[in-house]
Unconditional design. Structure first.
Length: 234
């Protein structure tokens, strides 16, 4: 009986992966492919835990130069893959409870990540704050950036009330980079990751790339998960 049950489960899993993707889902996968290049395979399935069924969509990305060259931020990049797919599902977002991402590196082990659609919706709702921060940086409006941030969290995250991001500190950092690399042409979002610490509590790291005229640099923005306020930039 046990052996028959195992065969039935395997048949269910096999049939799930053969489910045809909708036109919207295919277009959402294409958006991921446009961003990362390489190859993207897809599969659809479900899992049952505690008597509850959860549907998932899995994207397996391989042969991507961007991912092979950004191993340090694979977790954030996986989040970006899931986010690009999820936000392009449009009216079909409610079809899934989870977006799974598998990254196959050219030289390294495969990495697997799971993102609930609740988490992805949280990032989608945070996005206006991210764009606001980016606009402040592009416009060199550091006073507004600091005013819009959470002063208390910025001042206490390192356990020292005197430590924090100041307008002059930000101005000096970006002026130095602009002097060396030219003007900011674009700020590109490249994913997120969830964290928790004693000083910051629950927060989200947003990984971005600032494209200057002559160079590109990584930037991490940290936002409090409750207040959605910026609490760190580095």
């Amino acid at each position: 009986m046990k052996q028959i049950l195992q065969i039935v489960i395997l048949l269910i899993i096999f049939s799930c992966n053969k489910i045809e993707a909708s036109k919207t889902e295919v277009e959402a996968v294409d958006k991921v492919l446009q961003f990362y290049g390489g190859q993207v395979n897809r599969s659809i399935g479900f899992k049952i835990a505690n008597g509850k069924k959860a549907n998932y969509f899995e994207l397996q990305v391989s042969k991507s130069d961007l991912l092979n060259n950004d191993i340090k931020y694979l977790t954030e990049q996986a989040g970006n893959i899931a986010y690009i797919f999820y936000t392009n599902l449009k009216d079909e977002k409610s079809n899934y409870n989870e977006i799974r991402v598998k990254i196959d590196l050219d030289n390294g082990p495969s990495q697997e990540y799971n993102f609930s659609t609740t988490e992805l919706k949280e990032i989608e709702e945070l996005y206006p704050e991210i764009e606001k921060t980016n606009n402040f940086i592009r416009d060199a409006d550091y006073k507004s950036l600091i005013r819009d941030a959470d002063y208390k969290s910025l001042a206490t995250q390192n356990g020292d009330i005197a430590v924090g991001i100041t307008e002059n500190k930000l101005k000096n950092i970006f002026d130095q980079r602009k002097s060396e690399f030219g003007n900011i042409k674009q700020i590109q979002n490249q994913g997120f990751s969830f964290h928790k610490s004693e000083y910051r509590g629950d927060f989200i790291n947003v990984k971005e790339v600032i494209l200057f005229d002559k160079n590109a640099e990584d930037m991490i923005l940290s936002y409090d998960r409750k207040t959605k306020k910026l609490i760190a930039i580095h």
